[in-house]
Design a protein around this ligand. Structure first.
Ligand code: NAD
Length: 255
C-alpha cells in the first residue's frame, strides 16, 4: 500500500499510535515505505485491522512504567525512527490537582520518552542514522491555566529533545519536537467536560472560546498535517534539522 518508498528499509516505532496523532504519523510513515511498529491501547480487533492496513506489528506495552518501556523496546527490536507520541492530559486547578494524575502525566508524557530514547540511541549510533521525533505541544512553548502537569511535561520534553540533539549532533541521528496546537482527537474531546467544569462554560463555549480562541486560523490542526511534517523530518533532506521545535498550531504561538 505505500505510495512512496522514501522510507523503505526504515523501521519506525510510534508510541501511542492506535489513535489520533500517533495513528496519523504511523499512516504517513507507512505510506512512505517505513516498516511500522504500533503501540497503544484499544480494541484488539481494531488494532488487528490497523496492523493489516499498514502492514505493521503492534506491541502492547503500558509506557507509564519503566518496565513497560523496556518491554516495548525489546519487543519492537532495533528501530531507525522513534516517535515518542503517547500522551495524556488532565485539567484541574493546581491546588486541587490529583497527585496520581500529576505522576501519571509526567511518567507518560516525559519519562517514557527518556526510557525509549536511551534504549533506541545505541542502535541508531551504530548505524550512523536515526530520527527521534517527540510530539510536544504548543504547551511546550506557552501555558494555559489548569494544565500544570501537562505544561510541565511538554516544556520538559522540549528541553530533553534539545539535549539529545546536541549529544547526537555528529552521529547522523536527529532529534526534534513537533508542537501541535489543538488537533481534534480523543485527547481533546476528553478534556472538554473537565474544562466546562473548571471554567463554568458550555461545550460550544469551550470549543470556540477556549480551544479555537487560541488559534488565529480558527481551525483545528488535522492529524494528517502532522504526519506530513513527520515524513519531512525523517527524510534525508532534514539531516541538518535537529534540536528544533516545530510549531503546527495555526499561528497560536506567534501571538
Ligand atoms: P489520543 O488520546 O488520541 O491518543 C493517545 C495514544 O496514546 C493512544 O494510542 C493511546 O492508546 C496511547 N496511550 C495512552 N496511554 C498510554 C500508555 N500508558 N502507554 C502506551 N500508550 C498509551 O491523543 P492525541 O491527541 O493523538 O495525542 C497524542 C500526542 O499529541 C500526545 O502526546 C498529546 O499530548 C499530543 N498533543 C495533542 C494535541 C491535540 O490537540 N490533540 C495537541 C498537542 C499535542
Amino acid at each position: 500500500m505505500p505510495s512512496s518508498s522514501t522510507l523503505s528499509g526504515k523501521r519506525a516505532l510510534i508510541t501511542g499510535s492506535t489513535s489520533g496523532i500517533g495513528l496519523a504519523v504511523a499512516r504517513a510513515l507507512a505510506g512512505h515505505g517505513a516498516q511500522v511498529v504500533l503501540n497503544g491501547f484499544g480494541d484488539a480487533n481494531d488494532i488487528d485491522g490497523l496492523c493489516a492496513e499498514l502492514g505493521a506489528v503492534h506491541v502492547d506495552a503500558d509506557l507509564m512504567t519503566q518496565q513497560g518501556c523496556e518491554t516495548l523496546m525489546a519487543d519492537a527490536g532495533p528501530v531507525d525512527i522513534l516517535v515518542n507520541n503517547a500522551g495524556m492530559q488532565h485539567v484541574s486547578p493546581v491546588d486541587e490537582f490529583p497527585i496520581d494524575k500529576w505522576n501519571a502525566i509526567i511518567a507518560l508524557n516525559l519519562t517514557a520518552a527518556f526510557h525509549t530514547t536511551r534504549l533506541a540511541v545505541p542502535g541508531m549510533k551504530e548505524k550512523g542514522w536515526g530520527r527521534i521525533i517527540n510530539t510536544a505541544s504548543a504547551h511546550s512553548k506557552t501555558a494555559s491555566p489548569y494544565k500544570s502537569a501537562y505544561n510541565a511535561s511538554k516544556h520538559g520534553i522540549d528541553g530533553f529533545t534539545k539535549t539529545v540533539a546536541l549529544e547526537l549532533a555528529q552521529t547522523g541521528v536527529t532529534a526534534n519536537c513537533i508542537s501541535p496546537g489543538y488537533v481534534w482527537t480523543p485527547l481533546i474531546e476528553g478534556q472538554i467536560p473537565d474544562t466546562m467544569a473548571a471554567r463554568g462554560l458550555s461545550r460550544d463555549e469551550v470549543i470556540n472560546d477556549v480551544l479555537l480562541a487560541k488559534q488565529p486560523t480558527k481551525k483545528f490542526v488535522q492529524p494528517a498535517e502532522i504526519g506530513a511534517l513527520a515524513v519531512f523530518l525523517c527524510g534525508e533532506e532534514a539531516g541538518n534539522v535537529t534540536g528544533a521545535n516545530w510549531s503546527i498550531d495555526g499561528g497560536w504561538t506567534a501571538e
